[in-house]
Design a protein around this ligand. Structure first.
Ligand code: AP5
Length: 215
Protein backbone atom coordinates (compact mmCIF):
# COMPACT_ATOMS: atom_id res chain seq x y z
CA UNK A 1 0.00 0.00 0.00
CA UNK A 2 1.58 3.26 -1.13
CA UNK A 3 -0.16 6.56 -0.61
CA UNK A 4 0.27 10.29 -0.81
CA UNK A 5 -1.16 12.77 1.71
CA UNK A 6 -1.68 16.06 -0.12
CA UNK A 7 -2.56 19.36 1.50
CA UNK A 8 -1.32 22.82 2.41
CA UNK A 9 1.13 23.52 5.25
CA UNK A 10 -0.57 22.73 8.56
CA UNK A 11 -3.29 20.56 7.00
CA UNK A 12 -2.33 17.68 9.31
CA UNK A 13 -0.28 15.55 6.89
CA UNK A 14 2.48 14.80 9.42
CA UNK A 15 0.04 14.20 12.30
CA UNK A 16 -2.00 11.70 10.30
CA UNK A 17 0.99 10.06 8.57
CA UNK A 18 2.38 9.10 11.99
CA UNK A 19 -0.96 7.58 13.03
CA UNK A 20 -1.34 5.67 9.73
CA UNK A 21 2.26 4.46 10.05
CA UNK A 22 1.48 2.87 13.43
CA UNK A 23 -1.94 1.52 12.49
CA UNK A 24 -1.07 0.00 9.11
CA UNK A 25 2.66 -0.82 9.36
CA UNK A 26 3.56 1.70 6.66
CA UNK A 27 6.56 4.04 6.65
CA UNK A 28 6.13 7.83 6.73
CA UNK A 29 8.39 9.49 4.17
CA UNK A 30 8.47 13.23 4.86
CA UNK A 31 10.66 15.29 2.53
CA UNK A 32 10.37 18.19 5.01
CA UNK A 33 11.79 16.03 7.85
CA UNK A 34 14.53 14.75 5.54
CA UNK A 35 15.49 18.30 4.56
CA UNK A 36 15.49 19.48 8.19
CA UNK A 37 17.84 16.57 9.03
CA UNK A 38 20.17 17.69 6.19
CA UNK A 39 20.08 21.29 7.48
CA UNK A 40 20.88 20.10 11.02
CA UNK A 41 23.77 17.98 9.74
CA UNK A 42 25.14 20.92 7.71
CA UNK A 43 25.38 18.72 4.59
CA UNK A 44 25.69 20.23 1.07
CA UNK A 45 21.94 19.65 0.54
CA UNK A 46 21.20 21.24 3.91
CA UNK A 47 23.35 24.28 3.14
CA UNK A 48 21.49 24.81 -0.15
CA UNK A 49 18.03 24.13 1.31
CA UNK A 50 18.24 26.18 4.51
CA UNK A 51 17.62 29.70 3.19
CA UNK A 52 15.04 28.44 0.66
CA UNK A 53 13.02 26.78 3.45
CA UNK A 54 13.32 29.82 5.72
CA UNK A 55 11.81 31.95 2.92
CA UNK A 56 8.96 29.47 2.50
CA UNK A 57 9.91 28.59 -1.08
CA UNK A 58 10.26 25.11 -2.56
CA UNK A 59 13.64 23.36 -2.77
CA UNK A 60 14.62 22.53 -6.41
CA UNK A 61 12.97 19.42 -7.87
CA UNK A 62 16.28 17.72 -8.74
CA UNK A 63 17.46 17.69 -5.10
CA UNK A 64 14.12 16.42 -3.85
CA UNK A 65 13.60 13.62 -6.37
CA UNK A 66 17.12 12.22 -5.82
CA UNK A 67 16.60 12.27 -2.06
CA UNK A 68 13.19 10.60 -2.41
CA UNK A 69 14.41 7.86 -4.78
CA UNK A 70 17.08 6.87 -2.26
CA UNK A 71 14.56 6.78 0.59
CA UNK A 72 11.84 4.66 -1.03
CA UNK A 73 14.49 2.14 -2.11
CA UNK A 74 15.33 1.35 1.53
CA UNK A 75 14.25 -1.97 3.06
CA UNK A 76 11.82 -0.52 5.63
CA UNK A 77 9.67 0.97 2.83
CA UNK A 78 9.08 -2.44 1.21
CA UNK A 79 5.75 -2.92 3.02
CA UNK A 80 4.47 0.42 1.74
CA UNK A 81 4.91 4.13 2.37
CA UNK A 82 3.02 7.33 3.08
CA UNK A 83 4.44 10.28 1.18
CA UNK A 84 4.07 13.41 3.31
CA UNK A 85 5.09 16.64 1.56
CA UNK A 86 6.03 14.95 -1.73
CA UNK A 87 5.28 15.45 -4.57
CA UNK A 88 4.82 19.22 -4.46
CA UNK A 89 5.09 20.08 -8.16
CA UNK A 90 3.91 18.41 -11.36
CA UNK A 91 7.54 17.57 -12.39
CA UNK A 92 7.99 15.84 -8.99
CA UNK A 93 4.77 13.84 -9.58
CA UNK A 94 5.98 12.83 -13.05
CA UNK A 95 9.35 11.79 -11.57
CA UNK A 96 7.50 9.73 -8.93
CA UNK A 97 5.48 7.92 -11.61
CA UNK A 98 8.73 7.02 -13.42
CA UNK A 99 10.43 5.97 -10.17
CA UNK A 100 7.55 3.68 -9.16
CA UNK A 101 7.35 2.14 -12.64
CA UNK A 102 11.10 1.36 -12.55
CA UNK A 103 10.70 -0.34 -9.16
CA UNK A 104 7.55 -2.22 -10.23
CA UNK A 105 5.51 -0.39 -7.58
CA UNK A 106 2.18 1.39 -7.76
CA UNK A 107 0.45 4.29 -6.08
CA UNK A 108 -2.78 3.17 -4.41
CA UNK A 109 -4.30 6.39 -3.08
CA UNK A 110 -3.73 10.14 -3.19
CA UNK A 111 -5.70 11.75 -0.36
CA UNK A 112 -6.24 15.49 -0.12
CA UNK A 113 -6.69 16.97 3.35
CA UNK A 114 -9.02 19.91 2.77
CA UNK A 115 -8.49 22.78 5.23
CA UNK A 116 -9.46 26.48 5.12
CA UNK A 117 -6.46 28.78 4.70
CA UNK A 118 -7.66 30.86 7.66
CA UNK A 119 -7.26 27.89 10.06
CA UNK A 120 -3.73 27.07 8.93
CA UNK A 121 -1.88 30.03 10.42
CA UNK A 122 -3.31 29.23 13.88
CA UNK A 123 -2.41 25.58 13.54
CA UNK A 124 1.15 26.25 12.44
CA UNK A 125 1.97 29.09 14.83
CA UNK A 126 0.82 26.95 17.80
CA UNK A 127 2.85 23.90 16.81
CA UNK A 128 5.93 22.61 18.68
CA UNK A 129 7.78 19.31 19.03
CA UNK A 130 9.73 17.44 21.68
CA UNK A 131 13.42 18.17 21.08
CA UNK A 132 14.32 14.64 22.18
CA UNK A 133 11.90 12.33 20.30
CA UNK A 134 10.13 14.66 17.83
CA UNK A 135 6.58 14.02 19.16
CA UNK A 136 4.28 16.82 17.99
CA UNK A 137 2.16 19.15 20.17
CA UNK A 138 0.04 22.27 19.82
CA UNK A 139 -0.54 25.18 22.24
CA UNK A 140 -4.33 24.77 21.95
CA UNK A 141 -5.19 21.50 20.19
CA UNK A 142 -2.71 18.98 21.60
CA UNK A 143 -1.03 19.83 24.90
CA UNK A 144 1.15 17.30 26.75
CA UNK A 145 -0.80 15.52 29.51
CA UNK A 146 1.68 16.88 32.08
CA UNK A 147 2.77 20.48 31.38
CA UNK A 148 6.25 20.80 29.81
CA UNK A 149 6.75 17.01 29.75
CA UNK A 150 6.63 14.93 26.57
CA UNK A 151 3.93 12.21 26.76
CA UNK A 152 6.09 9.93 24.65
CA UNK A 153 9.60 10.10 26.17
CA UNK A 154 9.33 12.35 29.26
CA UNK A 155 11.61 14.94 27.66
CA UNK A 156 11.37 18.52 28.96
CA UNK A 157 12.78 20.45 26.01
CA UNK A 158 10.64 21.54 23.08
CA UNK A 159 11.36 23.41 19.86
CA UNK A 160 9.50 25.34 17.15
CA UNK A 161 10.33 25.23 13.42
CA UNK A 162 12.25 28.15 11.89
CA UNK A 163 9.71 28.39 9.03
CA UNK A 164 6.65 28.57 11.30
CA UNK A 165 6.69 32.38 11.63
CA UNK A 166 3.49 34.05 10.34
CA UNK A 167 5.23 35.80 7.39
CA UNK A 168 6.88 32.57 6.23
CA UNK A 169 3.61 30.67 6.56
CA UNK A 170 2.04 33.13 4.10
CA UNK A 171 4.83 32.40 1.57
CA UNK A 172 4.43 28.62 2.10
CA UNK A 173 0.69 28.87 1.50
CA UNK A 174 1.27 30.89 -1.68
CA UNK A 175 3.74 28.24 -2.88
CA UNK A 176 1.12 25.55 -2.18
CA UNK A 177 -1.57 27.27 -4.23
CA UNK A 178 0.79 28.13 -7.09
CA UNK A 179 2.90 24.97 -7.39
CA UNK A 180 1.21 22.10 -5.50
CA UNK A 181 -2.53 22.59 -6.05
CA UNK A 182 -2.11 21.64 -9.79
CA UNK A 183 -1.47 18.09 -8.51
CA UNK A 184 -5.17 17.77 -7.65
CA UNK A 185 -6.31 17.64 -11.31
CA UNK A 186 -3.14 15.65 -12.16
CA UNK A 187 -4.12 12.81 -9.79
CA UNK A 188 -7.84 13.30 -10.47
CA UNK A 189 -7.13 12.42 -14.10
CA UNK A 190 -5.36 9.22 -12.91
CA UNK A 191 -8.50 8.26 -10.91
CA UNK A 192 -6.49 8.07 -7.67
CA UNK A 193 -7.65 11.19 -5.84
CA UNK A 194 -9.99 11.29 -2.87
CA UNK A 195 -10.57 14.02 -0.28
CA UNK A 196 -11.05 14.14 3.48
CA UNK A 197 -12.31 17.04 5.59
CA UNK A 198 -9.13 18.18 7.37
CA UNK A 199 -11.11 20.67 9.49
CA UNK A 200 -12.65 17.81 11.50
CA UNK A 201 -11.09 16.56 14.76
CA UNK A 202 -7.82 14.62 14.52
CA UNK A 203 -9.67 11.39 15.41
CA UNK A 204 -12.36 11.97 12.75
CA UNK A 205 -9.73 12.71 10.11
CA UNK A 206 -7.89 9.53 11.07
CA UNK A 207 -11.10 7.47 10.84
CA UNK A 208 -11.85 8.87 7.37
CA UNK A 209 -8.30 8.18 6.17
CA UNK A 210 -8.36 4.67 7.60
CA UNK A 211 -11.54 3.81 5.75
CA UNK A 212 -9.88 4.82 2.46
CA UNK A 213 -6.66 2.93 3.25
CA UNK A 214 -8.69 -0.24 4.03
CA UNK A 215 -10.47 -0.13 0.64
P1 AP5 B 1 7.11 20.28 5.22
O1 AP5 B 1 7.89 19.87 6.40
O2 AP5 B 1 6.60 19.23 4.29
O3 AP5 B 1 5.95 21.23 5.71
P2 AP5 B 1 4.48 21.54 5.15
O4 AP5 B 1 4.00 20.82 3.96
O5 AP5 B 1 4.49 23.01 5.05
O6 AP5 B 1 3.59 20.92 6.19
P3 AP5 B 1 3.68 21.03 7.72
O7 AP5 B 1 4.66 20.05 8.28
O8 AP5 B 1 3.85 22.46 8.12
O9 AP5 B 1 2.19 20.67 8.11
P4 AP5 B 1 1.41 19.29 8.17
O10 AP5 B 1 0.40 19.24 7.08
O11 AP5 B 1 2.34 18.13 8.32
O12 AP5 B 1 0.61 19.56 9.52
P5 AP5 B 1 0.83 18.97 10.98
O13 AP5 B 1 0.41 17.55 11.02
O14 AP5 B 1 2.20 19.30 11.52
O15 AP5 B 1 7.99 21.29 4.30
C1 AP5 B 1 8.75 22.33 4.87
C2 AP5 B 1 9.57 23.01 3.78
O16 AP5 B 1 10.50 22.05 3.21
C3 AP5 B 1 8.78 23.53 2.56
O17 AP5 B 1 8.26 24.83 2.78
C4 AP5 B 1 9.85 23.47 1.45
O18 AP5 B 1 10.73 24.58 1.54
C5 AP5 B 1 10.64 22.21 1.80
N1 AP5 B 1 10.11 21.01 1.12
C6 AP5 B 1 9.59 19.89 1.72
N2 AP5 B 1 9.21 18.98 0.80
C7 AP5 B 1 9.49 19.53 -0.41
C8 AP5 B 1 9.29 19.11 -1.75
N3 AP5 B 1 8.69 17.91 -2.02
N4 AP5 B 1 9.68 19.92 -2.75
C9 AP5 B 1 10.26 21.13 -2.50
N5 AP5 B 1 10.47 21.60 -1.25
C10 AP5 B 1 10.09 20.81 -0.22
O19 AP5 B 1 -0.27 19.83 11.77
C11 AP5 B 1 -0.07 21.20 12.02
C12 AP5 B 1 -0.58 21.55 13.44
O20 AP5 B 1 -1.98 21.42 13.47
C13 AP5 B 1 -0.02 20.61 14.52
O21 AP5 B 1 0.28 21.36 15.66
C14 AP5 B 1 -1.17 19.64 14.80
O22 AP5 B 1 -1.20 19.24 16.15
C15 AP5 B 1 -2.40 20.49 14.45
N6 AP5 B 1 -3.45 19.67 13.84
C16 AP5 B 1 -3.31 18.68 12.92
N7 AP5 B 1 -4.50 18.16 12.59
C17 AP5 B 1 -5.45 18.87 13.30
C18 AP5 B 1 -6.86 18.81 13.39
N8 AP5 B 1 -7.58 17.92 12.67
N9 AP5 B 1 -7.47 19.70 14.22
C19 AP5 B 1 -6.76 20.60 14.96
N10 AP5 B 1 -5.40 20.68 14.92
C20 AP5 B 1 -4.75 19.83 14.09
Amino acid sequence: MNLILLGPPGAGKGTQAKRLEEAFGLVQVSTGDMLRAEVKAGSPIGLEARSIMERGDLVPDAIITTMLANRVGQADAANGFILDGFPRTVPQAEALDRMLAEKGLQLDHVIELKVDDAALVGRISGRYTCAQCGAGYHDAFKKPKVALTCDNCGGAEFSRRADDKAETVAARLAAYHRQTAPLLPFYGAQGKLSAVDGMASMDSVFAALSSIVKL
